[in-house]
Ligand binder design. Structure first.
Ligand code: F6P
Length: 305
């Protein structure tokens, strides 16, 4: 039974990064409490991508912002729920943290699993960096159990679980994703009526047959892949979302980093590695095909016929 701090020290994670992750872990515990005890209604506002915000989205955002400011390690933060990044004094360190406070919040009323996603870059600016520059990424998953998954550059992807006394305990170290898979998680299926290649791809999966595992929440859907060690999640562009719907900084880069540390891969539908995409805007979007290497490569080929 190893606490996450003990484990991270053992594998050689720096004091600064461990301290930052400690504050992120605290925010996940507070958000978990807010989900269970708080108001799950609408906030009557929209986020910068035009999506309805729940009171829980706003509350989770505030919880994370406060924790990151208190860490004194965050020079700049960017939230999916806020138009502009915020800068802090951060006398103790120099990290740039992008986060989606409550991914999949439209599933809250249905009591499905949701998550919080974090990407951690060095320095005091996101623009001009790529996902390859990240030093760590992590997510909290609020399901029947509370899971915390952390990936550290060149040190792998590891899973922890919240115990009854409020500690995250190591459950699985060095999670790995194999190259072939029997699962598929097809987002944005309406693209099948606009793009014959996506329809053909989904038909192939159904005829193989592969097993469908899709909840509508990126965090639980990607955690399923990581947990089973195989699978593929896809979210292509469509007429409504010409550059894709999912956000590079808040969703796609963190998960691409976490998957790449586990031996998986993430590309946009045109075959560019997500981690190679230069960050030009805070709310930049992309298509994403992520998961088992061979499966993603096959899909990209079919998407570009
Ligand atoms: O906004 C993010 C998100 O909720 C993801 O968690 C999920 O994978 C995706 O959007 C679902 O999109 P749609 O509502 O278009 O199916």
């Amino acid at each position: 039974m190893k606490s996450f701090n003990h484990f991270l020290r053992e594998i050689g994670v720096s004091n600064d990064l461990r301290s930052l992750l400690y504050h992120i872990a605290r925010s996940i515990k507070y958000i978990n409490f807010a989900i269970r005890a708080g108001d799950t209604g609408l906030n009557k506002s929209c986020n910068p991508s035009g999506e309805d915000q729940l009171k829980l989205d706003v509350m989770s955002d505030k919880i994370i912002e406060k924790e990151l400011e208190n860490s004194e390690l965050a020079k700049i933060i960017a939230s999916e729920e806020q138009e502009e990044p915020k800068k802090f004094q951060a006398p103790r360190g120099s990290f740039a943290i992008a986060y989606d406070p409550l991914d999949g919040s439209s599933l809250v009323d249905a009591n499905l699993a949701i998550g919080s996603i974090f990407g951690i870059w060095p320095g005091d600016n996101f623009l001009g960096q790529t996902g390859n520059d990240m030093v760590a990424a992590c997510y909290g998953l609020y399901g029947p159990r509370i899971t915390f998954v952390i990936a550290i550059k060149n040190l792998g992807t590891h899973e922890f679980e919240l115990n009854d006394v409020g500690e995250f305990i190591l459950t699985r170290k060095n999670l790995k994703i194999i190259a072939d898979s029997k699962y598929f998680a097809p987002g944005n299926l309406k693209v099948c009526s606009e793009n014959i290649n996506y329809k053909n791809l989904v038909d192939i999966w159904m005829n193989e047959p592969k097993k469908l595992r899709y909840s509508g929440g990126m965090t639980p859907d990607l955690h399923h892949i990581l947990s089973k060690g195989q699978g593929q999640f896809t979210y292509p562009c469509c007429q409504k979302h010409k550059n894709g719907k999912l956000r590079l900084l808040f969703e796609c880069d963190p998960f691409s980093f976490i998957f790449s540390e586990a031996g998986g891969i993430a590309k946009n539908q045109y075959g560019t590695n997500i981690l190679d995409i230069k960050i030009k805007e805070i709310h930049q979007k992309t298509s994403i095909f992520i998961g088992s290497k061979n499966e993603v490569e096959k899909s990209i080929k079919i998407m570009n016929k």
